[in-house]
Write a protein that binds this ligand. Structure first.
Ligand SMILES: *Cc1c(COP(=O)(O)O)cnc(C)c1O
Length: 433
């Protein structure tokens, strides 16, 4: 499989080049030259396969020219070393719990796969690369955990002092080894500005091999298609074959785009439900046919606060900008924070299930969708463990969620972070030392 960049469609490159170009800055919107087909018989019998087996079959189609099969097998096994169960909530509503990874968020899947693919590509070059990330919480910890102890890679995370939760901060600052945390006396925007400046600094680049673990990188996108097949496999195993749609709480739309890949590969999902918070540019596009990006708005489902989703151009590419075709496959709904809180409360009271605010947006969308499509079963993604958003959950349901051991055990671990003023020269000095 070859890949092309949306900015230059005539030049085909290898996966290795696409992935490594993608880490040098923001220019990483690559697409496969075509969407491969998964063997129809394999899909027919998919419920007889494990998550790792399914992931291996899908990964092979994208990685085959660049990575030996034995290596693909070990990357997949290593990256997906946790459960992704399909849970029946009630009637014809199911949730795929994507939050059982090390940092309790679905981003673990993409980040773990990416880390192992980077390590594979860098192993022969004997390069040392330095990953720089700014985080408002979740992305940084998924990336840090994924790259922890990966040879030839060091990671520096910038986070805003006092603006991440205690447990999030512990997730960022207690790993040690090749992971360093910088506690920036400023906002998330300051952190992001400093990182951007570093990528634009040729003097710095001449001295260290700077890389980004950007969410638009193919190395994070490809593995997100695996669990769509796995969701379907578990559904068929539990329920038999019937019409089923999938609902994706969305921000940057990487997750949903990976699902569209899966559908094109042959996965028989009926429709995709794009669920957003007040940052509703895609639902707006679906109802009006016009795409109007705007600045992001802060909400309680903050990992989805994106005003100009970078994967929108990938969706346009997949559908040749045909609005009618997009609308046949994707239905969009947006919800306010109040509606999200009400959903969390209702679902807790009726079904004794604790949603995190992102999953709650997904559930709310399923409710609306099933009013119009009562006979279509729905699976929504639970993208984060409710304990990661304990305050919001407590506020909405009155109950503080159960905190899993791997999160609660962090409380006693010592935080190690370097405090730094929000000044680029200080960051540069630190990176060069
Ligand atoms: C990142 C994130 C999302 C949004 O995923 P996209 O691929 O950006 O659409 C949803 N929920 C949680 C918990 C996230 O961390």
């Amino acid at each position: 499989m070859k890949y092309y960049n949306l900015k230059n469609k005539s030049k085909m490159v290898s996966l290795k080049e696409a992935v490594l170009t993608g880490i040098q800055g923001s220019d990483g919107l690559f697409m496969p030259e075509f969407i491969p087909q998964l063997d129809a018989r394999f899909i027919e019998n998919i419920h007889q396969h494990s998550l790792q087996e399914i992931a291996f079959e899908v990964a092979k189609l994208f990685l085959n020219e660049d990575v030996a099969e034995r290596e693909i097998q070990s990357i997949v096994k290593d990256a997906l070393n946790f459960e992704i169960p399909l849970v029946h909530l009630h009637d014809n509503v199911y949730t795929l719990e994507l939050f059982h990874g090390p940092t309790l968020a679905f981003k673990d899947v993409g980040a773990r796969f990416m880390a192992r693919l980077f390590a594979y590509f860098l192993k022969d070059d004997n390069q040392q690369i330095h990953i720089l990330v700014a985080t408002s919480g979740d992305t940084g910890s998924a990336v840090a955990h994924a790259f922890w102890n990966v040879p030839n890679i060091s990671v520096t995370i910038l986070y805003p002092s006092g603006k991440v939760s205690l447990l999030q901060e512990k997730q960022l600052t207690t790993l040690g080894g090749n992971i360093k945390a910088l506690e920036i006396e400023g906002t998330f925007d300051d952190c992001q500005r400093m990182v951007k400046q570093a990528f634009a600094d040729s003097d710095l680049q001449a001295n260290i091999n700077l890389a980004s673990a950007n969410s638009i990188n193919l190395a994070r996108l490809i593995p997100q298609s695996f669990y769509y097949f796995w969701a379907y496999a578990q559904y068929v195993e539990k329920h038999g074959k019937s019409e089923v749609s999938i609902c994706v709480p969305s921000g940057n739309f990487g997750n949903l785009t990976a699902g569209l890949f899966a559908k094109r590969m042959g996965l028989p999902f009926h429709q995709f439900i794009a669920a957003t918070n007040a940052n509703d540019v895609v639902p707006q596009y679906l109802s009006t046919g016009t795409y109007t990006p705007r600045p992001s708005q802060q909400t309680i489902s903050n990992a989805m606060d994106v005003g100009n989703p970078s994967n929108f151009s990938r969706i346009m590419e997949l559908y040749n900008c045909d609005n009618e075709a997009v609308k046949q496959d994707i239905v969009g709904y947006a919800f306010t924070d109040n509606a999200t809180r009400t959903t969390m409360k209702d679902v807790y009271e009726k079904f004794n299930y604790t949603l995190d605010p992102h999953g709650a947006v997904g559930y709310a969308a399923v409710e609306v969708y099933q009013k119009a499509n009562p006979n279509v079963a729905c699976i929504f993604f639970e993208t984060a463990h409710p304990a990661k958003f304990g305050d919001v959950v407590q506020d909405a349901t009155g109950i503080s969620p159960f905190i899993p051991e791997r999160l609660s055990s962090l409380v006693d671990k010592e935080k190690v972070a370097i405090k730094m003023k929000a000044d680029y020269e200080l960051l540069k000095g630190y990176l060069l030392q």
